[in-house]
Each structure stands twice: as structure tokens, then as C-alpha cells.
Design a protein around this ligand. Structure first.
Ligand code: AMP
Ligand code: GLY
Length: 421
């Protein structure tokens, strides 16, 4: 099978490596890719958000399967164009990708499907903002209604900060979603969905804030670990039954059936898991840890999903241990990152590339905010952390920063879920 992966982050590097390990794969390409994917797959240029360009590349390269990593191409209709060209595609249609692309659509689906989620209101004009804010908070949760790469959300106890963020979004022409604050640890649960059948992966936790102790602004994700030793027994099956399957069924009813990876972002509250968001693709950096533990050959699984054959696929197999990833980010991230700095030590084992490119002289230089995602695997979270951080020490990039506390609370047994009552 010839597999073409679309995207250029550490998630795509993880996908490329996992697909490369599947014996059914005969050729592998990544477009546009990065310095890490270029080392293990053919690299081709493409405007990944242009559906016609991606479909044309898939046809000319004779792909049997196209795997779309990021959300922006999916929301733009890349999967529709690839399927229309007669090629299997892992990733939802533009209609189904609205589950991530429009928070208002996602809320409507959840309400109809009776899926527990935070109460919310959409505000589309500054004239209604103050009255709406007075119906929420403190704490206020202010979100961009559209795609914002994880950075459009402000969670604050300060009314003025909430108001300022909402006005900034409205000024830019973006409707604002206000949400009630949910308290508890977060879980990312990824599920393969082929329209009907749901196959969950191991749950993971992402670290969204830029600094240790969850300080500073939200980012695309600064680290992750899997599995979660602290989730209650039966957690995954319960979430599939109460959250994922009802949403999948509701999307079928709306003629927007979902095929690809459905990511439920959950908060474990005192009244049970509640959804904070759905994403229409693998999460980054959680994918790096989830795939590090998956033993089942990935390409076959992605193809079974794309072809609507998940019900026939054998049960997934997992490594027994844990995986941790630590993101090394460029100076300035999550604001405007400094780019063009030379990175050394990034070609070692367990270093997945995100914002990197190879310069003409052969040096690897930074080209984005999240630069590499370093993985550690071990029999326990503690040993996985140790390996990840030992590998981080070997990566050198001027001005870079990373969190030092990824998976620390879980490794120490400090995370508890609120008693459900
Ligand atoms: P989102 O982009 O919707 O995933 O939000 C980014 C981050 O903001 C989440 O990972 C949470 O940490 C936080 N967040 C979002 N919605 C809520 C909420 N309703 N209550 C508490 N925290 C939230
Ligand atoms: N890790 C968060 C995301 O991929 O949206």
C-alpha cells in the first residue's frame, strides 16, 4: 500500500514513523513535511489547505491511502477532494469536520445527542457582550468560535481580561463563545470512527499552558502522557457509550457522518466527564504518546477506518508501559516564535520534528513555534519521564523553552478524579 501523509508537525512525524512500521506499506510520502519526516519518507511540496492540489498530488503519486493530519485542510474539504478522486482518505469530510471547525455546530450536535458539555452562549456583537459576560463567571471561559490552534481560549477569574479577549476576537470578526467553567483534570480520548463503528485508543493527557504548574497562556500543547493511571475502571467504555457514539450517530442523522479520528476533549468534573471540545483529527502532542504504545500496525487500521470496515478489524494491541512527550518550543512561542536557529541533537531516537527544516548547508533549523516533541517510553510513567527528559537534554536550540513537569503529578500519584455524585 502507498501512503501519503499530509501535514508538517510532530503528529505527522509520529504518523509517518508508525505507518512506516506497518509491513503492508510499500511506499510512504509526506507533504509538505519537515526535516524529520524527510528522513523517513519521500517529501513533496503541496499547499495542504488546497483540496484540488492535495487530490492532484495523491493521484500523480498513485496513493492508495491519504492520511490528513491537521484540522485546517479537513475543514477546507481536502478529504472530500481526495475521495472524489477515487482514493481512500483517512479524515472526515468538511461537513463532519465542523465538529471542530465550528464550536457552535459542535454544541448543537451535543445538545441534540444529550452529551454532557459546558453551558454556552455565542456572542457576535460587542453590544451584547457585557450582558452575556454577567451571566457567566467568575471564572470566565472565552473562546474563538472558529479554528484557533488551541490559542483562542482564555480562562480567567479577571472580568477585564475576559472582556478584553472577547472584544479582540469580535474586532477581528470572530464570533465569541462564552462557556461555564468546568473544574477537574483533562483527558484526551481519541477514537477511530468509520462513520458508524467507534474504536477507542488509550486515553492521554495534554498540557496546554506554556509554563510549569500550568502558568501562562494556552498553547497548542507543551507535552503529554499516556495511559492515565488515575482514570476510573470502565472510563473509556463509559465515554464511548455516553459521549462518542451518540455524537457519531447524530452526525449520521445530519448527513455529515464522521470518518477518521474523533478526539473528545473532556474534563472529569464532580458530575462525571464533560466535553470541552471535539477535534476532527489526531491531537498534537497526544498522538506522539498514544502511537508510541500502539502495537497494532497503523496503516491497516487507517485503511479499515477509511473504508468503513472497522467492525471487521481485530482488537487493538498495546504495549504495557507508559509514554511521555515533552515539547521543545522556540523563543517567543506561543506568541510569534523566533525561527531560523540551528538545532543540534535533534536526530537522535525519540525526537519527533515539528517546526524544523533542513537548510541548504545540511543544518536543521527551527521554522515554527513547537520545534520538536521528544518521547520517552518506559515500564512506568516515572521511567518514561526519565527517558524523555534525558533526551530533551541532548537537544540544543538557542532561546528554546520546555516544561519540566510533564506527567509529574500523575507519576507521583497526585491526580485524582472528583468523586462522581
Ligand atoms: P479548547 O481549545 O476548547 O480545548 O480549550 C483550550 C483549553 O482551555 C482546554 O484544554 C482547557 O484547559 C481550557 N478550557 C476550555 N474550556 C473550558 C471550560 N469550559 N472550563 C474549564 N477550562 C476550559
Ligand atoms: N493537543 C491539543 C490539540 O491537538 O488540539
Amino acid at each position: 500500500m502507498r501512503v501519503l501523509v499530509i501535514g508538517s508537525g510532530a503528529r505527522e512525524h509520529a504518523l509517518v514513523l508508525a505507518v512506516a512500521g506497518d509491513p503492508s506499506v510499500t511506499a510512504l510520502a509526506c507533504a509538505p513535511g519537515n526535516a524529520g519526516t524527510a528522513a523517513v519518507s519521500e517529501q513533496m511540496g503541496v499547499d495542504s489547505v488546497d483540496p484540488a492540489a492535495v487530490a492532484a498530488l495523491a493521484v500523480s503519486w498513485k496513493a492508495d491511502l491519504v492520511v490528513v493530519g491537521p484540522e485546517v485542510p479537513l475543514v477546507a474539504g481536502v478529504a472530500d477532494a481526495v475521495r472524489a478522486a477515487g482514493i481512500n482518505c483517512f479524515g472526515p469530510s468538511a461537513a463532519a469536520a465542523r465538529i471542530e471547525g465550528s464550536k457552535a455546530f459542535a454544541k448543537d450536535v451535543m445538545t441534540t445527542a444529550k452529551v454532557p458539555t459546558a453551558h454556552s452562549e455565542v456572542v457576535d456583537s460587542p453590544a451584547f457582550l457585557d450582558a452575556a459576560l454577567s451571566r457567566f463567571g467568575p471564572t470566565w471561559v472565552v473562546k474563538d468560535d472558529g479554528l484557533a490552534a488551541g490559542k483562542g481560549v482564555v480562562v480567567t477569574t479577571d472580568f477585564d481580561v475576559a472582556r478584553k479577549h472577547a472584544l479582540m476576537l469580535l474586532d477581528g470578526g470572530h464570533p465569541v463563545l462564552l462557556e461555564s467553567f468546568l473544574d477537574g483534570p483533562e483527558v484526551s480520548l481519541f477514537c477511530f470512527v468509520d462513520g458508524k463503528t467507534v474504536v477507542p485508543l488509550v486515553p492521554a493527557q495534554d498540557f496546554k499552558r506554556v509554563g510549569d504548574g500550568d502558568a501562562g497562556p494556552n498553547t497548542g500543547g507543551m507535552g503529554a502522557y499516556a495511559p492515565l493511571p488515575w482514570v476510573p475502571a470502565g472510563f473509556v467504555d463509559d465515554v464511548v457509550a455516553s459521549v462518542v457514539q451518540p455524537v457519531v450517530n447524530e452526525l449520521v442523522k445530519r448527513d455529515s457522518s464522521f470518518s477518521g479520528l474523533l478526539y473528545a476533549g473532556l474534563i472529569m468534573t464532580a458530575t462525571g466527564p464533560q466535553v470541552i471540545e471535539f477535534n476532527c483529527r489526531f491531537g498534537d502532542p497526544e498522538t506522539q504518546v498514544v502511537l508510541a504504545l500502539l502495537k497494532t500496525p497503523l496503516a491497516g487500521l487507517l485503511l479499515a477506518t477509511a473504508r468503513g470496515k472497522l467492525h471487521k478489524h481485530p482488537k487493538l494491541e498495546w504495549e504495557d508501559g507508559s509514554a511521555v512527550t515533552v515539547v521543545v518550543a522556540a523563543d517567543g512561542y506561543p506568541g510569534k516564535p523566533r525561527t531560523g536557529d540551528v538545532i543540534t541533537g535533534a536526530e537522535g531516537e525519540g525526537v519527533l520534528h515539528a517546526g524544523t527544516r533542513r537548510r541548504d548547508d545540511g543544518a536543521i533549523v527551527s521554522s515554527g513555534g513547537r520545534v520538536v516533541s521528544v518521547i520517552g517510553v518506559g515500564h512506568s510513567l516515572k521511567s518514561a519521564r526519565k527517558q524523555a527528559y534525558a533526551r530533551v537534554e541532548k537537544v540544543h536550540l538557542a532561546g528554546s523553552h520546555h516544561r519540566t513537569d510533564i506527567a509529574q503529578g500523575a507519576a507521583r500519584g497526585e491526580i485524582t478524579t472528583p468523586a462522581v455524585g
